[in-house]
Design a binder for this molecule. Sequence first.
Ligand SMILES: [Zn+2]
Length: 444
Amino acid sequence: MTNRTSLSNIDVITLDEKGTIHKNVTLVVENGIITEIGNSENDQFGSTAVDCTNKVAMPGLVNSHCHSPMNMVRGWAEDLPFVEWLEAIWVAESGITPDDVYWAAALAAAEMIRSGTVAYNDKYFYMHRVADAVQESGLKAALTWTVFGMGEDTEVGSGLDETIDWIKELDETSKGQIKTYIGPHSPYLCPDDFLRKTVELAHELGKGIHLHVAETKAQVDQSIARYNLSPVQHLDKLGVFDLPDVTIAAHTLHVDDKDIEILVNKNVIVPHCPITYMKLAMPFPSIQKCVDAGVQISLGTDGPGSNADMDMFAVIRQTALIHKYQTVDPAMVSGDTALRMATQAGAKAVGMSDHGMLKVGAPADLILLDMNAPHLRPVHNIVANIVHCVKGSDVCDVMVNGNWLMWNRELKTLDEEQILYEAEKRAHKIVDRGKKQLRQYARD
Ligand SMILES: [Zn+2]
């Protein structure tokens, strides 16, 4: 039986090659695929169509780099410099259990659906429990279990070999809903031999790698002092950018011309997370050079311990604002560019390269915005209103693969009340356990 949804009297931001915007049309979805975008008056499904007057459809957003279970430490370490913040977060995170990670991931999934994210690229620990939350939520995801290659594996729940077993198992069972990456943390926390081993395994399994690169100027200086190479050049030498699948090089903020050439010529996506950089007061240069050179830049929230939420509409707006401000050029990061970074570019990071455009034949991963609100009127330029005025809470409906994950602001796949209860209770216990463990380490 055909599973059909027909949305009439709707405006559609297609984000196609021409940036087409349809006004007052009918959008039809059949078996998870968009099969028609046409004139509402000719709508052959008129009697069953859902009236979407005052609603706008656009491709669902993709959060291309985050650590979603860090929502458990949201608001825990405020107003601290980067290094002190990291230390404080580590104290709390050392008390986290696999079950906590599950509820944290469920909380994040609820937040993401509510704010219009349909797919995300998550990098954390105990990822088998994140996978459970993804499968229950109906979201699409790419998951990476972070490994360091030094210290105690027990700190992150798994060593490299175990994460490879997890990847093999999940690839067999997730039916394409979840993609996996190999996850060394970064060149500054992983020894070279370990990074080489991850590259070898990536070739063996046909995988990509998701890691952190050149977040601060100090990391670049350290790399040059140690290897006489920048982090990008160092990773290139180790083969991290020559994999069977894409390399996700999160942040990669401090780069020179040679680095940019490498990023353009290899299959690399660079997730950009400006709210985290601003909140942690991490200076970062404009992305103008990278954008002009053709580096594939997507957008992400990073962990909600630093951002501190997962609202991709906030990231879209802040990306446009900060780069206009930094370059003193109001033309920098146009509305259309910001929306494509948050949809099409991010989609490549989660293995959904056919995602990010609303057109016939595309998967029905879309969101509807309720434009009947004072901050969204009048509409001279709908893209401008979406980039600079829409908030995550303006998202009223979310569809993934033709299924509603939220309809009329009601979550259809998750038990939000239970998630909020569990998350609140567990977050306080996690922090208490972390503090206790730290005191124990200090005594030992
Ligand atoms: Zn990160």
